[in-house]
Design a protein. Structure first.
Length: 182
């Protein structure tokens, strides 16, 4: 199978189901942003972090592929069986955040992105996740989007924030807190 098809050379691409849309279509922006997020999560996984975090992030990457496949499908025309997201996927993120929060110091200030490289990657991924969430809500305003996808993206951005705090703690790096100038 060739990677290049030349079918997108005029600025159109196909959704699952065969519908051709412009490459700037909102649906393409949504799954492209989810793909960008998945790449950053892969970058976080490659860092020197605990195996538990690496394995959990791999599960998240799998769920993001599921979300991307659903977003890449024309809800009106696709007959392809697409994996689906489950409530348990959302609950798993919540439980993991609760587990980390049990050992994290109380949050008393806003946190500025940074602390160390891997924590900075978490903050970049969190921002991309928020963008994916906003775009997906926008798409849901005009087309069918399973609500579990937007909820999952919302929890995932929270998880990435908490993971950044946890990785700072693991590395014994001081949190980069915001002290407002008044």
């Amino acid at each position: 199978m060739k990677i290049y098809t030349k079918t997108g050379d005029k600025g159109l691409t196909s959704l699952i189901g065969g519908t051709r849309v412009p490459k700037f279509h909102l649906r393409i922006e949504c799954y492209g942003t989810v793909d960008e997020l998945n790449s950053y999560i892969g970058l976080i996984r490659c860092q020197d972090i605990k195996t538990h975090h690496q394995e959990f992030l791999k599960e998240i990457q799998d769920r993001l592929f599921t979300i991307g496949a659903a977003l890449a499908s024309d809800p009106e025309k696709s007959r392809m069986k697409i994996p689906d997201l489950h409530e348990a996927d959302i609950e798993r993120l919540e439980k993991e955040m609760d587990r980390m929060n049990e050992v994290l110091p109380e949050l008393t200030h806003f946190i500025l992105p940074g602390g160390n490289t891997v924590v900075s990657f978490c903050h970049v991924a969190r921002c991309i996740c928020r963008r994916a969430e906003r775009l997906t809500f926008h798409l849901a305003d005009e087309s069918f989007v399973d609500e579990k996808m937007t909820v999952y993206l919302n929890r995932l951005s929270d998880y990435l924030f908490v993971l950044g705090r946890m990785l700072n703690l693991d590395a014994k790096t001081e949190e980069n807190i915001w002290i407002p100038r008044i």
